[in-house]
Write a protein that binds this ligand. Structure first.
Ligand SMILES: [Zn+2]
Ligand SMILES: [Zn+2]
Length: 254
């Protein structure tokens, strides 16, 4: 399995992650924070499946642009997956004929722009040879972490979440688990903000990492750009042997 955390700044792309999108094996995306601003229209068209962790703007901001870029006048179109709440929020607040045309409604009368597919908690979905299982995590709005498996290797995309347990319980049962992309949003000095916004600091990150099976890669992502150096220092202070700092546009192989 190949996975890439997309760059979301025009300069110093590798280390400035403003928003979140991952592309797996060229055809499956996790989140659409910057998916619509990435690559060529042909690369975007190759992404047939978009799994949304939740509706927050840093995970959905470029979804309307992606849908426009990926459109061709054919019966085939991308499918957008998410919880019922996430899909309702996307339709109500983005595809609402104010912010962007209601492409979900338009898709019923002409070559479709997108299909939507609601996910059920912990019910696996299939997409281009991957099995993707949504697991509820602990954030301000309904949010999924995703367990993604190609049959040999599995990787977890933790979504935005404060301290959580069910996802790590499933992690411990997952065959071939190689890595977890885990958020490390705020520095330790902003623990109060992390607690009310249900994100992690490095200290909390360390406690979550301790719940994971031994020997898997733990890749820190979603680091607030303004506090990046401080957060990275505090992550290194944890002295975790399996810690990696996530880099945008690097191709991870699992
Ligand atoms: Zn969020
Ligand atoms: Zn976020």
């Amino acid at each position: 399995m190949r996975a890439r955390l997309l760059g979301s700044s025009v300069a110093d792309t590798a280390s400035r992650q403003y928003v979140t999108s991952f592309v797996i094996n060229d055809s499956v995306a996790i989140d659409a924070g910057c998916l619509g601003f990435w690559g060529t229209p042909q690369q975007q068209e190759a992404v047939r499946h978009v799994f949304l962790t939740h509706a927050h703007a840093d995970h959905t901001a470029s979804l309307p642009i992606f849908i426009e870029n990926a459109w061709t006048p054919a019966e085939d179109c991308p499918t957008v997956y998410g919880s019922t709440e996430t899909l309702e929020a996307v339709q109500k607040h983005i595809f609402n004929n104010n912010v962007w045309p209601d492409f979900i409604a338009i898709s019923k009368t002409m070559p479709p722009f997108l299909r939507v597919c609601p996910l059920q908690h912990e019910m696996p979905a299939q997409a281009d040879g991957l099995t993707i299982t949504p697991v509820q995590v602990n954030h301000l709005i309904p949010t999924y972490g995703f367990v993604v498996s190609d049959g040999e290797s599995a990787v977890i995309f933790g979504g935005d979440s404060g301290p959580t347990d069910r996802l790590w319980e499933i992690a411990r049962q997952t065959q071939g688990l190689r890595a977890v992309f885990l958020e490390a949003c705020f520095p330790n000095s902003m623990t109060g903000l992390a607690e009310v916004s249900l994100h992690l600091t490095p200290q909390m990150f360390g406690r979550e990492a301790a719940k994971l099976p031994a020997g898997i890669r733990v890749i820190a992502v979603h680091i607030k750009v303004r506090y990046r150096e401080q957060v990275i220092q505090e992550l290194h202070d944890l002295q975790l042997s399996n810690l990696e700092i996530g880099e945008c546009e690097k191709e991870y192989c699992f």
